[in-house]
Design a protein around this ligand. Structure first.
Ligand code: 5GP
Length: 187
């Protein structure tokens, strides 16, 4: 059993979803995706850094031909009234007429995906779907709904299984949620 309470920087976290539950759920998602995409050779685009563990576990559990590539999204303030702009670093695959499955660690407000999707769609893929390890429906501020969701979680900060708190915690095999008695403040 993992230690049920851990400390990352100044905050304490408790086990929320065990690695066994995570792997069971990923096997189900992989089975569903393998059915939905049989014969289509989908291209997975993993969003770094957070999704690297989810993307590789999901990818290895597939039973169909598929490809994978990783990109990093950098957000900066645009000069136009449209606000933040997102650039995809490492987006060197030709995605024209490809079936794309974006893999994300978590869809929170939905801002990252709502900003990135138009850039992807400009390149005329055959289809685009989102597979997100986690979703926080209560936090949503944009009209984005992942097509494949590992777990829906409450609007609280989580670490582990690829997700970090100020760079630490990504290597924890289980998912941890911030303890209710943890000091308040920005995470
Ligand atoms: P969104 O653009 O949907 O608001 O946020 C997406 C990004 O916020 C995620 O890719 C992730 O990096 C970060 N994020 C949102 N909620 C959490 C959380 O509970 N824990 C961690 N570690 N990152 C989060």
């Amino acid at each position: 059993m993992p230690s049920s309470t851990i400390q990352v920087h100044d905050k304490s976290f408790e086990v929320f979803i065990s690695k066994e539950k995570i792997h069971e759920r990923i096997a189900e998602l992989a089975e569903q995706i393998s059915k939905d995409y049989a014969g289509l050779n989908p291209l997975f685009i993993g969003i770094l850094n957070g999704s690297f563990i989810f993307a590789s576990d999901l990818f290895r559990a597939l039973s169909i031909d598929a490809e994978i590539s990783f990109i990093k999204l950098a957000s900066y303030k645009g000069t136009s009234s449209s606000g933040n702009v997102i650039t995809a670093i490492g987006m060197d695959e030709n995605i024209y007429q490809r079936h794309i499955i974006i893999t994300e660690d978590i869809v929170d407000t939905g801002k990252t995906m709502v900003t990135f999707l138009p850039e992807l769609l400009q390149r005329n893929p055959a289809s685009v779907k989102i597979a997100s390890f986690l979703s926080k429906p209560e936090a949503r501020q944009h009209k984005i709904e992942p097509d494949y969701i590992g777990f829906e979680i409450p609007n609280k900060f989580v670490v582990g299984y690829g997700l970090d708190y100020d760079r630490l915690g990504r290597n924890l095999p289980d998912l941890y949620i911030i303890s209710s008695n943890s000091p308040e403040g920005e995470v």
